[in-house]
Design a protein. Structure first.
Ligand SMILES: Nc1ncnc2c1ncn2[C@@H]1O[C@H](COP(=O)(O)OP(=O)(O)O)[C@@H](O)[C@H]1O
Ligand SMILES: [Mg+2]
Length: 333
């Protein structure tokens, strides 16, 4: 059976005064029904623009191109505005980092939840209300019926995020795109919300793309992982493949930055990868990670690095040999 979402050679360009900013530089991936793909990478790597481009919600100047962009067999590159807004919210829903960007302060929670369903599906007001209450209960909100009359500002950040998850689920979407959905919350609430999302995702059999810069989260929830750097996928594989044998020096660097229970001492500063993501304006010569990589040699600065696929879905973008990468991976463990 074809994948729920198929993406081939997706590009997003933003024309700026200084030249074109190539925010997403030819990425390919797929999401199956019921599975979680985590897209991970530092800030500025093109993760958000990737998800916005799938939803057809890019900023006005941005240009999206793709060799293939199929959702359940529908070619999204050919879909009209009307068709897109039909799919959006109804079959594909997005959860943002900051709930206030998608909750309207002027309307009650009940109003917004019900509207999400009434806009897309032929149901009565009563049915919409019942579903809203059901989902608020599902996301762990007590006294759900009495919450319907409240406004977003009357809720805590954690509750607002739960409401947004409920809103995304109103129409029973097949694919959820969650862009750093817990980053704005404090750590204990983060864990609760993530746990909830994974439970709901399994219960409803949805595909999910979870975007995060936190590899600790990835380890807990991902089926497969795509590591993004400077607008490209530099490594992909199942969560075990990537964590057991991180091949790309960037993935290895990210893994060195996460605390290891029992190994990292309390208060010990975490590692970070020295240097910064290169400018995405214009063409990047050679490997985008070369200026930060501990293994860089001359060819890295001049040679475009192809994605080497070692098996279907498993690949990485580095000029070092498999053998060398495996050796380097041992240093991370
Ligand atoms: N509306 C915009 N106008 C100009 N540049 C943008 C805009 N949105 C994002 N960018 C740039 O595109 C690149 C990728 O951004 P983004 O997808 O938000 O990264 P991430 O989500 O990985 O942090 C960054 O260099 C960012 O500055
Ligand atoms: Mg982002």
């Amino acid at each position: 059976m074809a994948a729920l979402l198929e993406v081939e050679n997706l590009r997003v360009d933003i024309p700026l005064g200084a030249g074109d900013l190539h925010a997403v530089r030819g990425i390919s991936f797929h999401v199956d029904r019921g599975e979680t793909l985590c897209i991970v990478g530092e800030s500025g790597c093109g993760k958000s623009l990737t998800s916005l481009s799938l939803m057809g919600l890019l900023p006005p100047k941005a240009v999206r191109q793709a060799d293939k962009l199929f959702f359940d067999g529908i070619d999204l590159t050919q879909a009209s505005q009307g068709k897109m807004s039909d799919i959006r919210g109804n079959r594909m829903a997005m959860i943002f980092q900051e709930p206030m960007t998608s909750l309207n302060p002027a309307y009650t929670i009940g109003n917004q939840l019900e509207e999400a369903l009434l806009r897309h599906q032929k149901v009565s007001g009563k049915e919409a209300r019942e579903r809203a209450i059901h989902l608020l209960e599902k996301v762990g909100i007590t006294g759900a019926a009495s919450r319907l009359g409240q406004y977003p500002h009357q809720l805590s950040g954690g509750l607002r995020q739960r409401v947004m998850i409920a809103m995304a689920l109103m129409c029973g979407p097949e694919l959820i795109l969650a862009d750093e959905p817990t980053t704005a919350l404090d750590v204990t609430i983060q864990a609760q919300i993530l746990h909830l999302m994974i439970e709901l995702q399994k219960e409803f059999g949805m595909g999910m793309i979870l975007i995060t810069h936190d590899l600790g989260i990835v380890a807990r929830v991902a089926d497969r992982v795509a590591v993004m750097y400077a607008g490209q996928i530099v490594e992909s594989g199942t969560v075990n493949e990537v964590f057991d044998n991180p091949m790309h020096p960037y993935t290895q660097g990210l893994l060195r930055c996460i605390p290891v229970p029992g190994k990292t001492r309390r208060g010990e500063p975490l590692g970070s990868i020295p240097g910064i993501v290169p400018s995405l304006i214009g063409k990047i010569e050679g490997c985008a990670f070369a200026n930060r990589c501990r293994y860089t040699f001359q060819d890295c600065l001049t040679t475009d690095v192809p994605l080497a696929e070692t098996s279907p879905g498993r690949g990485y973008r580095c000029l070092l040999s498999d053998q060398q990468c495996l050796e380097n991976a041992k240093e991370v463990a």
